[in-house]
Structures are given as C-alpha cells and as structure tokens.
Write a protein that binds this ligand. Structure first.
Ligand code: ADP
Ligand code: MG
Length: 241
C-alpha cells in the first residue's frame, strides 16, 4: 500500500472541509478524484503532502504516518511530488534551473548530476530544447510539463496532480495529459484531481467522487461513469457529461 488514509478530518476554523475520509491507494495505482468546486478535492491532496495540517486521523505514506508531528516535512515532500493548476514555476530561473533547484537545494545533489538528470526529464516531457529559456517564454502547456519534470526530479514515490490542465487553453491540454499517461504506464502511483473525464476513464484505475467534504462513492471508471450508484454522483455527472 502506498497511501492509507484513516478517518481523516480537516477543518479551517469552524468550517469542516474533509469528513470521515478513508481511502487507500496501492503502489502503481492511478486514482482520479472528481467532484464539484469546493468539495474538498484540493484540501484532500494537500493533506497528503502536509501542505495542510491534518485536523484528525491518520495519513500513511508507505510506512510513515505523516499526521504525526515528528515527521520530516522536507523528506516527505521528496517522496510525494505535486503539480498545481497554476504551475508555480520560479520566474527568474531558467527551465533547467527550475528542475534542478530541488535536487540541489533539498537533496544536496551535485549540480552536474542534477543537470544531467534534468535534461533527461526535459526530454521525457518533450522540452529539452527549452532548457535555457525562462518560463515567461513558454506556453501554459509547456510550463505545466516543466512543472511535472520538476516534481519528478525529486524522484518521488507518488505524484499528486491538482487540476493540472484546468488553466490551459484547450489545444494545450492533450500534451500534458499525454505526459501524465506515460507516467502512469511507467508505473508511477498517481492521485489526480481532474475534470478531464476522458483521462479518468482511460488512465484511471479507480475514480472517487467527492461532495461537501465526503468521499461519496468510488469505483472503477466504467462503473462510476456508466452506472453511478449515488444520487449525488448521478447529478454531478449528468451536468458535466
Ligand atoms: P475543491 O478543490 O474541491 O474546489 P477545496 O479543497 O479547495 O475544494 O476547498 C474546500 C472548502 O474549503 C471550500 O469551502 C474552501 O473555501 C475551503 N478552504 C480551502 N482552503 C481554505 C483555507 N486555507 N482557509 C479556509 N477555507 C479554506
Ligand atoms: Mg481545487
């Protein structure tokens, strides 16, 4: 088991945002999380790498309960990579520097080694020719592929994606999804919050529907999309499909 979440609750002040979350993700599994805006999808992902503090419950990443205050956050973040909707690249660093900064600063890798690995990751996402460019000269889709390479540079055990294509022009979505699909094929364990139902169907091993802080229903993509059991899942899917 790569991820095990037990009785997770998360509140912001009086606002309970995650309630009674119990979920497991196996090694090499791709789990897609869908649901309406405000249902707690991002907060759930952020609890998996401690971008949010857990209010109660347990979040196990492999053999470590990260809800335990003694956990080493920097070490955890090398294990759990994250890709955001808005890329979050460093604007004053080149593409190559964006990818190497984590390995150099956090993992203490030598620059030469980090550079070699970064170039091969940029090749993998189809951007080797952009290594010396700055983010501002890239399209949104290219920026997002750099962000994926940057996360992969830490050699994570799990990758979290929070609506990675939602900010992109439609014609740029496909290249990013293709990179994610390749990663899945290589056996990366992935949790993907997405509105791309085609991706969830094709690449997802499992789909989870969230609403109002609860995981309402989960199942394999065929079942969730063709035969949703819960009325809230049915209502959500009828609006978007
Ligand atoms: P989703 O990603 O499904 O759109 P979020 O996890 O972003 O949902 O948000 C779930 C709820 O938590 C929303 O009501 C949102 O306003 C609230 N929320 C998220 N982050 C914070 C925060 N840092 N402080 C207060 N409320 C927050
Ligand atoms: Mg969100």
């Amino acid at each position: 088991m790569m991820i095990q979440v037990k009785d997770l609750y998360k509140s912001f002040g009086d606002l309970q945002v995650l309630k009674d979350i119990n979920v497991e993700v196996k090694e090499q599994e791709v789990v897609c999380v869908i649901g309406p805006s405000g249902s707690g999808k991002s907060t759930f992902l952020r609890c998996l790498n401690l971008l949010e503090e857990v209010t109660s419950g347990e979040v196990w990443i492999e053999d470590e309960n990260i809800a335990d205050p003694s956990v080493n956050i920097n070490q955890l973040r090398t294990k759990v990579g994250m890709v955001f909707q808005h890329f979050n690249l460093f604007p004053h660093k080149t593409v190559l520097e964006n990818v190497t900064i984590g390995p150099i600063k956090v993992k203490g890798e030598a620059k030469e080694k980090a550079d070699i690995e970064a170039v091969s990751l940029l090749e993998k996402v189809g951007l080797a020719d952009k290594a010396n460019d700055y983010p501002r000269s890239l399209s949104g889709g290219q920026k997002q592929r750099v962000a994926i390479a940057r996360a992969l540079a830490m050699n994570p055990r799990v990758m979290l994606f929070d609506e990675p294509t939602s900010a992109l022009d439609p014609e740029l979505v496909g290249d990013v999804l293709a990179v994610m699909k390749d990663l899945a094929k290589e056996g990366m364990t992935m949790v993907v919050v997405t509105h791309e139902m085609g991706f969830a169907r094709e690449v997802g091993d499992r789909v989870i529907f969230m609403d109002e802080g609860y995981m309402i229903e989960e199942g394999d993509p065929e079942q969730i999309f063709n035969d949703p059991q819960h009325s809230r899942t049915q209502a959500f899917l009828s609006k978007i499909l």
